[in-house]
Design a protein around this ligand. Structure first.
Ligand SMILES: O=C(O)CCC(=O)C(=O)O
Ligand SMILES: [Fe+2]
Length: 286
C-alpha cells in the first residue's frame, strides 16, 4: 500500500472507488449523545481538506479526569515494548532498571481497559467528521495513548518516536484526532504541523518528491513560510484533527511530560495502527 499511497492518483482512485462500493455516512451503533455538541463536522472536514488540520475540539473535564485516573492506575510501556511496563509514578525507577532515559511510554488495550476511551470512538460527531473527510463510511483503525517525557533523548529515540519531521503514509486516505490530556505549553512537547503541506514535501530532486523519509528542521523552514509551521499548544482536554500526510513531528519536551490520546480513522484497516496486545505478553519491570 505504501508504495502506491504516496501518489495522488492512487489516493484519489481508492478514495472514490471505496465511496462507490460502501457509500457515504457513518457506521451504525454509535452513541446517541456527543461530547462535542458545538462542533460543526462540515467545518472541521473543510479545514482538514484545506489546511491538513482543524482545531477547536475539547473534551469535557470529567472525561479528561477519568482517563487521567486510568493512566495513573495502569502500566504504560517504555518505548512501546510489551515487556517494559511500569506505573508512571515509578518512571525514575523504570529508567534505572532499563539504564536509559524513557522518551515515550504507551498504554495498551485502552479500548477494552478504559470505558471512556471506548465511548469516545463511538462519538457521533467524531464519526461524522471521519465520514465527511474520508468521503465514505469511515473505518476506525486504532486508539493510542502515550506519554512523552522531558528527557535528554538520543537521536535514535527521537527519530523512532517521530520527533523528527515526517509524513505518515498509513493509507490512501486517513487522518487522526489528537487530544492533549495534560496542559501543553511551550516546552511541553507540542505537536508541530506544517499547515497545507499535504502531498508537498521538500524535495532535493524530482524523484525525491515521492520519497518517504525524515526531513530536517532546516529543510522544512527553507521550504515553507514560518506562518505555516505551527507548534500546537493547548490545555488538557483540547484537541484537533490532522491528516498526518502533512509534514509533522512531536517536539521533545523540555519542561513537563505530555499525555496524548489519539484516534485514527482510515479507508482500510491494515491492523498496524491499534494498541491491542495479548495481555499474556505484557510484562512489568517495576
Ligand atoms: O508525538 C507527536 O506529536 C507526533 C506523533 C506522530 O508523528 C503521529 O502520530 O503520526
Ligand atoms: Fe507521524
Amino acid at each position: 500500500m505504501r508504495a502506491f499511497a504516496r501518489f495522488s492518483l492512487f489516493r484519489w482512485l481508492f478514495t472514490y472507488s471505496r465511496r462507490m462500493l460502501v457509500g457515504e455516512g457513518v457506521n451504525p451503533g454509535l452513541e446517541v449523545d456527543t461530547y462535542f455538541p458545538d462542533v460543526d463536522p462540515v467545518r472541521v472536514s473543510r479545514d482538514l481538506e484545506r489546511d491538513g488540520a482543524a482545531f477547536g475540539l475539547k473534551l469535557p473535564g470529567h472525561v479528561v479526569e477519568k482517563i487521567l485516573k486510568f493512566t495513573g492506575d495502569t502500566h504504560c510501556y517504555a518505548d512501546r515494548n510489551v515487556d517494559k511496563g511500569f506505573l508512571v509514578a515509578d518512571r525514575v525507577a523504570a529508567e534505572k532498571q532499563l539504564d536509559k532515559t524513557i522518551l515515550v511510554a504507551q498504554y495498551f488495550n485502552t479500548l477494552s481497559e478504559c470505558p471512556e476511551v471506548a465511548k469516545l470512538i463511538s462519538d457521533p460527531v467524531l464519526n461524522q467528521i471521519a465520514g465527511l473527510y474520508l468521503k465514505s463510511k469511515p473505518t476506525f483503525v486504532g486508539a493510542n495513548l502515550w506519554w512523552t517525557f522531558p528527557v535528554d533523548a538520543t537521536d535514535e529515540d527521537r527519530s523512532r518516536h517521530a520527533h523528527v519531521f515526517h509524513r505518515d503514509v498509513d493509507d490512501f486516505r486517513f487522518f487522526k484526532f489528537f487530544f492533549y490530556l495534560t496542559d501543553v505549553k511551550e516546552g511541553d512537547g507540542a505537536h508541530v504541523c506544517v499547515l497545507g503541506s499535504q502531498g508537498k514535501a521538500p524535495a532535493k530532486s524530482f524523484l525525491d518528491r515521492w520519497n518517504i523519509r525524515r526531513y530536517s528542521d532546516e529543510e522544512v523552514s527553507e521550504t515553507y513560510p514560518d506562518s505555516s509551521i505551527v507548534e500546537i499548544c493547548g490545555n488538557a482536554g483540547e484537541g484537533f484533527a490532522e491528516d498526518t500526510w502533512c509534514l509533522h513531528k512531536g517536539m521533545t519536551p523540555t519542561n513537563s511530560p505530555r499525555l496524548l490520546l489519539q484516534f485514527q480513522f482510515a479507508l482500510f484497516d491494515y491492523g498496524v495502527a491499534n494498541d491491542i496486545r495479548d495481555p499474556e505478553t505484557l510484562k512489568a519491570i517495576t
